[in-house]
Design a protein. Structure first.
Length: 321
């Protein structure tokens, strides 16, 4: 296991390096730069001397290759640069926004787990019954409705029927007022969790149906074990591998921020921060946020691999040593 962990940690390096190159090149393929994004049409009125001075200020006067190596060298030392838009270190801006995104992701996954796994389990156990039909209908609706539509419907019904808005732009941190914070976060979390619960339900149902048809499950039943014991000890645990994979991918996605939901509910999270940074051509901010998201995604996938062994003891990483 330790050697496997070391191999995976070493694999982080080329992965993150490749992502850094892609994001660096992609940003510079977008027309405009920090000068035009800041000044707008007035940028065309700059004299050559003024433009040259601003390019030196923003570090745009150097060749792209030199810009990249300067940036990646500082990033390796923990310095992701200064955000032009915020006037603060990028890492400070990220840590200011990330708790909201982390909380939103955590609540969304929790809602999805509480709905998706039990519903998928019931649909598989009561295959082709009315319960299974309702479960599949729920999954179909959840997958068919995009997040922005679910969020819009929630806001519409809350505002029209109850005369309240989930969040009017005055976001409150959990540490300041937990009750008010949860009131603002529950509806965005449900918007994200609803779709994820549908995917989770389908995955759980499919995996359970496959496992319930295995020989060792039939053998357990033939030994006289109670159906509840057969499902809990033999079927459920062995069907969790694809479910854990789906959860890991979704957590990595959610930790990257969900701009549409954050925009709908006026939440100042990572996703909204990234889009605003792209619009402002804030190279340092977008590059830093992208690397932060990539690191989280790779880390979550490593954790998922380790959870495999805990869920299914048959999985071993000794062959990697």
């Amino acid at each position: 296991m330790p050697r496997y962990l070391m191999q995976r940690l070493l694999a982080f390096v080329p992965t993150l390096l490749g992502i850094s190159i892609l994001v660096f090149i992609s940003l510079r393929l977008i027309p405009g730069n920090a000068i035009t994004a800041t000044l707008g049409t007035e940028a065309g009125m700059l004299t050559p001397a003024q433009r040259a001075a601003l390019e030196r200020y923003y570090g745009l006067d150097r060749p792209h290759l030199e810009q990249y190596f300067n940036w990646i060298g500082e990033a390796l030392r923990g310095n992701l640069g200064i955000s032009v838009r915020h006037g603060k270190p990028v890492l400070e801006v990220i840590w200011d926004r990330f708790p909201l995104t982390f909380q939103l992701a955590l609540m969304s996954v929790l809602i999805a787990l509480l709905i998706g796994i039990p519903l998928g389990l019931l649909s598989a156990v009561y295959h082709n019954s009315i319960i299974d039909l309702c479960g599949r209908l729920f999954a179909l609706i959840g997958l068919a409705l995009p997040n922005f539509l679910v969020g819009t419907l929630i806001i519409y019904f809350l505002s029209v029927w109850f005369g309240v808005l989930p969040n009017a732009g005055d976001f409150t941190r959990f540490t300041d007022d937990p009750i008010k914070n949860l009131g603002q976060m529950i509806f965005p979390a449900f918007t994200l969790g609803f779709s994820f619960a549908s995917s989770l339900m389908r995955m759980t149902r499919s995996a359970m149906l496959e496992v319930l048809g295995e020989d060792y499950v039939r053998t357990a039943r033939s030994k006289g074990l109670r159906e509840r014991m057969v499902i809990r000890r033999h079927a459920l645990r062995n069907s969790l591998i694809p479910v854990v994979t789906l959860i890991g991918v979704e957590i990595g996605y959610l930790l990257g921020g969900t701009f549409i939901v954050e925009f709908l509910f006026s939440l100042p999270g990572i996703g909204r921060l990234t889009v605003n940074g792209i619009q402002q051509r804030d190279y340092a901010l977008v590059q830093g946020v992208t690397m932060f998201i990539a690191f989280n995604f790779v880390l979550v996938n490593l954790m998922v691999d380790l959870i495999y062994a805990a869920v299914d003891p048959r999985i071993s990483y000794k062959h990697h040593a």
